[in-house]
Design a protein around this ligand. Sequence first.
Ligand SMILES: [Zn+2]
Length: 94
Amino acid sequence: MGFKSNARKKRQQSGADSSSKKSSEEFVGQVKCDVSGCKNWADKKVGGRKLAFDRAADVWGESGLSSDSRRVKICKSCYRTWKKAKKDEPTEWS
Ligand SMILES: [Zn+2]
């Protein structure tokens, strides 16, 4: 009995160690970035943000967003893009 379970354990170990070495490198989130073409995660954990659709559409256009809800979720790098684009825009034009 003891011998048998021992053997099974051994087999499991040797079978698993070939391709289970990438654990913390790749984050798997639940919220996808709504910028079309972007494959990043927009989870809060990884710096994702929510933007009002109109504000996001200012930068990517309505067709550049894969969501048409009033709030779009964008990833960290898209948020940076957005912020930058917004910065270039003159804010005080009175
Ligand atoms: Zn993105």
